[in-house]
Design a protein around this ligand. Structure first.
Ligand SMILES: NC(=O)C1=CN([C@@H]2O[C@H](COP(=O)(O)OP(=O)(O)OC[C@H]3O[C@@H](n4cnc5c(N)ncnc54)[C@H](O)[C@@H]3O)[C@@H](O)[C@H]2O)[C@@H](O)CC1
Ligand SMILES: [K+]
Length: 537
């Protein structure tokens, strides 16, 4: 797994490195050399343009320019001011050195001059703004960024694409779209989520010092990004000596007269993920339509009110069914009422592994007055509990206003508020967004995110069904619950990719994802076990 650090923690690692004898100047040299090395590895990059800013990110660029010049490249550095006029000592010194080594300099070019220069470039190094960037991009960099994005040069961003917040992943109006980002010391959350996913290109981490790995771990990484090989312990069992019950049984409690489909999709996804036996319990007036869609899955009708949502009387039947299940999913299509809240509360009180999604989460928010971290006793239990909120649901659970969870950083913060208040190792918060985090009291795991095709109605219901299915199949095993949840997200993401290939990237519907869950999990498993297998990176 690769550690992900908040920007403040990256700065602390930098300070710790200087304490261990690696000066900031030395770090800047190594950063510039690391960027130059990546350019050299692209091959045949004779004409290089370096767009350098005024701070240390610009300093990295001047070092890279000198190194590429030494390798025989034609290098032109574009700077807003003369090298001698750079305000910071370090950037000024490395700039003067690059000039002495023969790098050409173009100071304060007009838009046309810059366009003409970039037209001759094989590769452009983006060293305008790094982690010191904030707010909207000011001149001249806003114009430089426009020119760079319009050019045909390969773009390598140093540390972070200029204009992107490496913390939040939100891009300013002007933001470089890179082919590759060489980031220093460790991954940062903003590179992995939201706009960061669209503008970073391939991400390469340059550790810069042999002590870095240790010092990064000392800073307690905000998250860990998985590689496929990390899932080996999470894979679901494959054995021929099984019957349908030993493969895990899942109970899905969901649906309402108004929304019967969500629970149907969750039940189908649970079956496709490999559970041997799935049962759907749904309000009576949704049961007939559900059964018509589910040939292999028994549907149990439950007591309902005049609106076709569950009443509290449904508790007894649900709990009896739950006792016989290896895992339960509650929530999809349920709606929020006194009756549905009573059912969710009863399931939380049992010691069966439980996944709570969608309206199950909204019931949970109501049961805890929108302040789940203040009522940890409501979710404290001895069996696994996985809650799968998207950003809006997560905000409601922790009492933030609408829009109050708007980045991966926010997701991680809010999820940690919940798991730390609970304190138990049985709870995982799967915070869904453009990047999904699986957070337990032990650690936060980031599976590789799926394609935009997954942003479609019902996709979350499918994930929830898959999650319950995986937990049912691993109920006896001692697996890190956050890793198991991340594995399920990874399969869901790959199923989204396969569905997009099959249907077209804008045409994917949730049922298309369900259709390929089986082949997606086979492909992910094969790739985990044999890294050159069919799933590919
Ligand atoms: N953290 C580390 O360990 C290392 C950091 N290094 C580099 O140092 C960078 C951080 O350096 P700095 O802190 O000097 O910051 P940056 O170089 O990222 O940015 C600072 C400069 O950008 C300007 N700026 C900020 N916001 C702006 C805006 N909205 N519009 C226009 N200009 C704006 C500031 O006035 C200042 O001149 C990193 O991104 C990395 O490239 C490397 O040199 C070595 C290792
Ligand atoms: K940059």
């Amino acid at each position: 797994m690769q550690p992900v650090l908040n920007i403040d923690d990256v700065k602390r690692v930098e300070v710790a490195l200087t304490r261990e004898g690696v000066s900031v100047s030395e770090l800047m040299h190594r950063a510039g050399l690391a960027a130059a090395q990546e350019v050299l590895e692209l091959g045949e990059m004779d004409n290089v343009v370096v767009l350098a800013g005024m701070g240390n990110n610009g300093g990295d660029g001047w070092v890279a320019a000198e190194a590429l010049r030494a390798q025989g490249a034609n290098v032109t550095v574009v700077s807003p001011v003369e090298p001698d006029a750079l305000p910071g000592d370090l950037p000024r010194q490395v700039a003067q050195s690059a000039v002495r080594a023969g790098a050409s300099v173009l100071v304060g070019p007009s838009r046309d001059e810059l366009d003409d220069l970039l037209a001759t470039a094989d590769v452009a190094l983006d060293c305008m703004l790094g982690t010191g960037f904030h707010g909207e991009v000011r001149a001249p960099f806003d114009i430089w960024i426009e020119c760079l994005n319009a050019s045909t040069a390969r773009v390598v961003s140093v540390d972070v694409p200029s204009g992107l917040s490496a913390q939040t992943g939100l891009a300013a109006e002007a933001c470089v779209v890179a082919d590759m980002t060489v980031t220093m010391l460790a991954l940062k959350p903003g590179l992995l989520t939201d706009d960061g996913r669209d503008v970073c290109g391939a991400i390469v981490v340059a550790p810069l010092a042999e002590q870095t790995d240790r010092l990064v771990v000392d800073e307690d990484p905000v998250a860990w990004r998985t590689d496929l090989a990390d899932y080996l312990e999470a894979l679901l069992p494959r054995t021929s000596a099984v019957d349908k019950f030993s493969r895990g049984s899942v109970l899905v409690v969901g649906g309402s007269r108004r929304y019967p489909g969500a629970a149907i999709m969750a039940a189908l996804a649970a079956a496709r993920m490999g559970a041997g036996y799935v049962t759907l319990a749904t309000p009576a007036s949704a049961a007939a339509v559900a059964q018509a869609h589910l040939l292999e899955i028994p549907v149990v009708p439950l007591p309902e009110d005049a609106d076709g949502t569950l009443t509290a009387d449904a508790r007894d039947v649900v709990c009896k069914l739950a006792e016989r299940s290896s895992a339960v999913l509650v929530g999809p299509g349920l709606r929020v009422s006194g009756g549905t809240c009573a059912v969710v509360s009863a399931l939380l009180g049992m010691d069966v592994p439980l996944v709570v999604d969608a309206d199950g989460l909204n019931c949970l928010a109501r049961l805890t007055n929108g302040a789940l971290p203040q009522y940890p006793e409501i979710i404290r239990r001895s069996a696994p509990l996985v809650i799968t909120p998207h950003r809006g649901e997560l905000a409601r659970l922790v009492g933030r206003p609408a829009g109050g969870v708007s980045s991966l950083s926010d997701q991680l913060d809010a999820a940690r508020d919940i798991v730390w208040a609970d304190g138990g190792s049985e709870l995982v918060v799967v915070g869904k967004g453009t990047a999904t985090c699986c957070v337990s009291v032990e650690r936060a795991v980031l599976p590789k995110p799926g394609p935009a095709a997954l942003a479609t109605a019902g996709s979350g219901d499918v994930l929830a069904g898959m999650m319950a299915s995986a937990i049912a199949q691993r109920s006896e095993a001692d697996v890190d619950p956050a890793l198991l949840a991340a594995y399920v997200c990874e399969v869901h993401a790959y199923a989204g990719t396969l569905a997009a290939e099959r249907r077209g990237s804008r045409a994917v519907m949730a049922s298309d994802i369900i259709d390929v869950v089986g082949v997606a999990s086979d492909a992910v498993d094969a790739h985990v076990a044999y890294p050159d297998g069919p799933a590919g990176e």
